[in-house]
Design a protein. Structure first.
Lengths: 626, 252
């Protein structure tokens, strides 16, 4: 790489960093003040770029003024969308546990995605280039787009404006105060409702601006919401939650590293070919993993104040009552004889439900008793699936063996990643699990010669004795039930009790000789194994796997299942898995805009049952006398 | 018999010498009260004894064994029970389960996968709860207990590994006056019978003078008095610290 290409790549990195910073700054502001992890922030970016496309197409082709007015108008429109969302939805759920807020914003992602699809259609839309900035300037003899130079300037400009707002206005003082201690701000008589609304609208507008500015550079596409939100999460976490300068620094760092990876291309080190351009998909997650391990609060973050009122403590766990046990056994027996009475389609759906019930129960074990919320649980599901598939296809092992070995692959992954993960807690821990999951995903996605790349692996058929749907159904049912019962038993065993102790009070657990981290580490690995078993069964039930098996969407599905069912109950995840799997299947087959309906259902459920479905039933009908 | 021997303990935060060269000892079966005005260094001192904070200098010996540098959980294994100023218990468990978890840890069965935790060491847990007068509340959730009962639960948990030494940071903070006296009478009764050494910090002078065998007084990180209650009560420097002078304006 010559000096000139190097400099051009650095400048490219800076241009990319500007939009990233805008999105991340908004996300960080919103989190700092409202403590809401806004999954829909990428959607605001996406809506920004679509609105800007429409406006610039009409007003921005001829005049520079029209172009820039369109970009600003798009940002304002997205800010207004944020305003409405805050008032109609978030305001109702500030008292709900943090995870429910996350779930609600995820429902929003689905609704916004389908609304965008309905309005703008499925095609990629590339807007006009900015009038007056269509050319390129020559830097060290190479052309560099003028528009990108403007973008480079906009990042620091917005940082400066935000600094002024935060440090020189009353609104800014309140925002900074609320970021440090919102209870105290409320106690001082500040109307929190409007402060939160204002911050949410501002954050949304920043995301919208970040999107609108990209109009001349990249087409408006429907998958931008998810890619942008994961980038923005990474930037916010690397910079430190709630820190705007941190977000700026992190955006620069990641923008530059990505640009350099593209610039380096394929390099050979002593005979080894290293493809840096392929690294771009994961490099930000690698940066995040390193930063979180070295500086657990991010580059410029501070250890946050613990919330004064943690989520309501769950009531002591009790084994199932006799009659409920009987009911569960009856249900199991009914499921066992079901194949006699029904057709193939129901069996396929039920196999999915069993597999995802196990997946959800394993995630719940981490989130509930383990106190570790994982945003990357799909990694272990996928490690199991890929592990088994590769053992069958590449090593020629029979499926029966891989039912044991596949989960062990996932368990090994859990041991490796868990060692880092348990060093953190809360949102940071969740983000690190996401980082590891993305790393695993990108390996599966890019290693064409081994994992089949984006096509995945096909031809995973069970042996003859399992070839019939009903035989596979029975094996899946039995394995999943045994695994779920084992996990349930584990919650009550000394190991589970010690995990719950460490979650309730790390201070007390440490003071009675318990090494909390070590137990969490073991739990993380063990749970990886259980998720891996679900993955193995999933792979053989479908006959093929692809990187989708371990993508973010799968992890989110898991979270939705657990939260829908209720995180403070042990039966909840099973109910949540059944409901979500059935809903996805049922709605997706019949309705075009199934995502919006699913998202709407999720939002309604969150508002109606903030304790989850089973939590609601228990609270309503089984009130305990203390 | 000396259980805890502290010598030349010191800790600074930046330029502030929070604790400077503090030495004292606690005997088996005795209650030693550590008192002093706010900011005197009591909590810093305390946190160095149980391993939460590493001292800059000095030694802490438990039954003659140096424990500086050990983690809190290792110190607990050597027989040091602990209660916190703001109670720390497992809210999602019943009172009995709280004690059972401590017993499971004491018997090193935390990795057990098969038995049910609620069936393990049940009788032992109930005996401990009976000693602190909590037997009738064994089935209640710790999260719904009154504060005084939480303190008693903490005491039961701290006694679960048959400790040689109990460290109690403001054991009666946040309690009603009558509860305070009852709790300390309970502690004193237990430790005298079992020969446990107790070090506690306390702001309530009624509690201190009613139950402490010896009292040490910290002021601005330095030990200014060490003696039986009558001696400390009569000490002019202690009177000055508590009745005016030194703390507020810094010129004594």
């Amino acid at each position: 790489m010559t000096l000139a290409t190097f400099v051009i790549q650095l400048l490219n990195g800076l241009a990319g960093a500007s939009s990233l910073f805008l999105v991340a700054a908004g996300l960080s502001l919103i989190f700092g003040v409202t403590r809401i992890v806004n999954f829909a922030h990428g959607s605001f970016f996406m809506v920004g770029i679509y609105i800007a496309y429409t406006l610039t197409e009409s007003f921005g082709r001829g005049s520079a003024l029209g172009f820039w007015a369109s970009v600003l108008a798009a940002a304002v429109a997205v800010g207004a969308l944020g305003f409405v969302v805050e008032i109609l939805l978030l305001r109702r759920i500030y008292k709900a546990p943090e995870l429910f807020q996350l779930l609600a914003t995820f429902g929003l992602v689905l609704v916004i995605k389908d609304a965008t699809l309905a309005i703008w259609g499925p095609e990629d839309l590339l807007g006009p280039r900015a009038p007056g900035l269509r050319g390129a300037v020559s830097i060290l003899g190479r052309p560099f787009p003028e528009y990108d130079l403007v973008l480079i300037a906009i990042g620091p400009l917005v940082l400066g404006l935000l600094w002024l707002v935060l440090n020189r206005t009353r609104f800014g003082v309140l925002v900074r105060a609320a970021t440090q201690d919102r209870d105290m701000v409320a106690a001082l008589g500040v109307n929190q409702a409007w402060l939160f609304t204002g911050v949410f609208a501002l954050g949304a507008a920043l995301a919208g601006l970040g999107g609108a500015l990209q109009v001349p550079r990249e087409p408006a596409q429907l998958f931008l919401d998810i890619t942008v939100i994961s980038d923005a999460f990474v930037v916010v976490v690397v910079g430190g939650l709630g820190s705007i300068p941190g977000a700026f620094l992190a955006a620069l760092l990641i923008g530059e590293i990505k640009a350099l990876c593209i610039g380096l291309g394929d390099v050979s080190f002593g005979g080894f070919e290293i493809s840096f351009s392929k690294l771009t998909l994961v490099v930000e997650f690698i940066v995040m993993a390193i930063v979180l391990v070295v500086r657990p609060w991010g580059l410029l973050g501070r250890p946050g104040g613990e919330p004064r009122h943690a989520a309501a403590t769950e009531p002591p766990l009790r084994p199932l009552h006799g009659y409920l046990k009987l009911a569960a056994a009856g249900l199991g027996a009914a499921l066992l004889v079901l194949p006699v009475a029904t057709d193939g389609y129901v069996l396929v759906l039920l196999i999915d439900i069993f597999v995802f019930a196990l997946f959800a129960v394993s995630l719940h074990f981490l989130m509930g008793p383990g106190g570790m919320v994982s945003f990357g649980h799909a990694a272990y599901f996928g490690l199991g699936a890929y592990g088994a598939a590769l053992l069958v296809l590449r090593a020629g092992l029979p499926m029966e063996t891989t039912i044991v070995l596949g989960p062990l692959v996932a368990l090994a992954g859990g041991l490796l990643f868990g060692w880092f993960v348990v060093r953190l807690s809360g949102v940071y821990l969740a983000m690190l699990t996401l980082a590891f999951a993305q790393i695993v995903w990108s390996v599966a996605f890019q290693w064409d010669s081994f994992t089949g790349g984006s096509n995945g692996l096909i031809g995973l058929w069970p042996p003859a004795w399992l070839a019939s749907k009903s035989a596979f159904y029975h094996v899946t049912l039995i394995l999943c039930v045994v695994a779920i019962v084992a996990l349930r038993h584990l919650v009550f065993a000394p190991f589970g009790a010690v995990l719950r102790a460490g979650r309730d009070s790390p201070l007390r657990a440490d003071a009675i000789g318990i090494d909390v981290r070590r137990h969490q580490w073991f739990a993380f690995a063990l749970i990886g194994g259980f998720a891996g078993l679900a993955g193995v069964l999933h792979a053989f039930s479908k006959g093929s796997i692809s990187p989708e098996t371990l993508a973010i969407a799968r992890s989110v599905d898991g979270l939705v299942m657990v939260l829908l069912g209720g995180v403070q109950t042990l039966t909840g995840p099973v109910v949540g898995a059944a409901v979500l799997t059935w809903l996805q299947d049922e709605i997706a087959r019949r309705v075009e805009f199934w995502r919006a309906i699913l998202g709407g259902v999720i939002i309604l459920l969150v508002i109606a049952f903030p304790q989850g479905i089973v939590g609601f039933i228990r609270g309503r009908f089984m009130r305990e006398v203390t | 018999m000396t259980v805890l021997q502290v010598e030349g303990l010191a800790k600074s935060f930046g330029g502030v010498a929070a604790v400077q060269g503090v030495s004292f000892a606690v005997e088996a079966g005795h209650l030693l009260a550590l008192i002093g005005p706010n900011g005197a260094g009591k909590t810093t001192c305390f946190n160095m004894l149980n391993g939460q904070l590493a001292p800059d200098r000095g030694s802490v010996r438990l039954d003659g064994r140096e424990i500086v540098g050990l983690k809190p959980r290792q110190i607990w294994r050597l027989g040091v029970g602990r209660t916190f100023q703001i109670t720390a218990t497992f809210g999602s468990m019943t009172v009995r389960e709280n004690v059972q978890v401590a017993l499971i840890s004491h018997h090193r069965r935390t990795l057990g996968l098969w038995p049910r935790a609620r069936d393990l060491y049940r009788a032992e847990a109930e005996a401990l709860l009976a000693r602190v007068g909590m037997a009738d509340q064994a089935e209640r959730a710790a999260a719904v207990l009154a504060y005084g009962d939480l303190k008693r639960l903490e005491l039961a948990v701290a006694l679960a590994n048959t400790p040689r030494l109990l460290l109690m940071d403001e054991p009666t903070a946040g309690m009603a006056p009558r509860e305070r006296v009852e709790l300390m009478a309970l502690v004193a009764g237990i430790v005298r019978v079992e020969g446990i050494a107790v070090l506690f910090t306390e702001h309530d002078m009624d509690v201190v003078f009613a139950h402490a065998d010896r009292i040490i007084v910290l002021n601005r990180g330095e030990l200014i008095a060490d003696g039986v209650p009558a001696q400390v009560r009569a000490d002019p420097r202690v009177q000055q610290v508590y009745l005016g002078g030194g703390t507020t304006f810094g010129h004594g």
